[in-house]
Write a protein that binds this ligand. Sequence first.
Ligand code: NAP
Ligand code: HSE
Length: 440
Amino acid sequence: MADALRIGIAGLGTVGASLVRILQTRGNALAVACGRPIRVVAVSARNRDKDRGIDLAGVTWFDDPSELARSADIDVFVELVGGAEGAADASVRAALTRGLHVVTANKALLAKHGVELARMAEDKGLLLNYEAAVAGGIPVIKTLRESLTGNGFSRVYGIMNGTCNYILTRMEKEGLSFEACLKEAQRLGYAEADPTFDIEGNDTAHKLAILTTLAFGSEIAADAIYLEGISNISIEDIHAAADLGYRIKLLGVAQRTETGIEQRVHPTMVPLDSVIAQVDGVTNAVALESDILGELLMVGPGAGGNATASAVLGDITDIAKSRPGAQQVPVLGRPAHLLEPYRQAAMQSHEGGYFIRLTVQDRTGVFASIATNMAENGISLESIVQHSKQPVGKDAPQTIILVTHATMESAVRTAVSAIKGEGYLVGEPQVIRIERPKTA
Ligand code: NAP
Ligand code: HSE
C-alpha cells in the first residue's frame, strides 16, 4: 500500500468534527478504497479546551490555520473555518502558495475569491475541491464539472439553503414561529455562524454564483445577484400560497436570457404538485436544465455535520486517488483564464408570474382601482380574490390576492408603486415570484 495521505484540518466545528470522526472510524475502508491510508496529522481551531467528542491524541494543534497550512507535515489542507476573508482566506492562499491541494466547504470564500484561487491552484497543477460548498451532500459540483461537460445549460435552480427550507417547512407543517424554527436549525448545526447569511439569502447567492460559473462558463459574479431572503415571509403568505396551489421555497435561479444571464435569489411560489415543492426540511434540491440531457433533478441532505462531511470526504479521497503530476480537472469547470466575463441580465427584464398580496382599507372602488393599475401596465391577471380568511369588524382592513400571468418585473414594480400611491393600502404589499419547473 502507498504512503499515507497526511491531512491538516482547519476548523473543528459542525463539519470539521464530523469529518474527523468519520476519518477515524472508516480508516480501514478508506485505505482500501484509495489504495493508501488517510491520516489526520494536524488540526486548527480557536479553542483548544473545547470538548468536541473526537480523539485528537497524537494530532498536532495549531492556533493559526495559516501556520497549519505552512506545516511541512501535511499533504492536503482542509479548510472548514468559514468566511470570505480572515483566517479562511489567508490559510487557503498559504496552502496553495506552498503547493498543497486544498479542500474547502466555504462558499462565501469561493463566491468572493473563487476565480483568483482557481488561477492560483491551476498555475501550480493543484486541486482545489469544494463539493460541500453547494447543496451539502448532493454531488452537484462534480456533476456539473465532470459529468455534464458539453451540455448547454438554459436554467439552473434549486433549494440550496437547508436552514431556510427547514424554517419554511416547519412553519407550514407545524405552525411554529420563524424564530423558533431558526433556533432549532442553529442547534442542529445547519445555520451559518451568522444566520442572517442564511435567512437573508446570501448563502444561497454564494452557492448560486458558483453554479452559474460551472453551468455557463462565466466568471463568478456573486455581487450581481438579485437578493431577497425569507425574513419577510409570514404564515399568512404560506397559507395563501397553499390555497392557490403553491408552496413557498427560497430558490436560487440562474437562467440564460437573450440579454445575458439572470441570477436571482428570492422566496418563490412553486406548484404544489411539482417535485421541488415536496422537498422538505433540511433537504436541498438542484435542477439542471440542459440541451443534451434535458432536466436532471438532484435531491438530498443539504446541511449538517455528516451530510457536509460526506462531500468533503469525497473531495479528499479524490486527491488520495489522484496521480502525482497528472492533469487536474479545472477548478471551475474550464480553466480559470478561459472563463468569460459575466453578462448580467437586468432583473427589471425578468419575466414570470407574480403573487401579490395587498392589505387594503375596506372602501368602495379599491378592487376596480387595483385592476385598472394592473391593466394600465399591461399585466394580465390569472386571478384576483378577496382572501377568505378576513379580519372581522366594520372597516377592518381586507386582504386582496392577485396572481398574474407571465409579465415583466418592471411592469409589476410600476403597478405596485402606483397602487401604493392610491392611498388605500395598509402596510407594505407582498410580492412573490412564481417559478415553474420544466417537467418535474
Ligand atoms: P462552525 O461550526 O462555526 O465551525 C467553525 C470552526 O472554525 C470552529 O471549530 C472554530 O473554532 C474554527 N475557527 C473559526 N475561526 C477561527 C480562527 N480564526 N482560527 C482558527 N479556527 C477558527 O462552522 P461549520 O458549520 O462547521 O462550517 C464550516 C464551513 O463549512 C463554513 O465555510 C460553512 O459555510 C461550511 N458549510 C457548513 C455546512 C453546515 O451544514 N454546517 C454545510 C456546508 C458548508 P472553535 O470551535 O474553537 O470556535
Ligand atoms: N447554512 C447552510 C444551509 C449550510 O443551511 O444550507 C449548508 O451550506
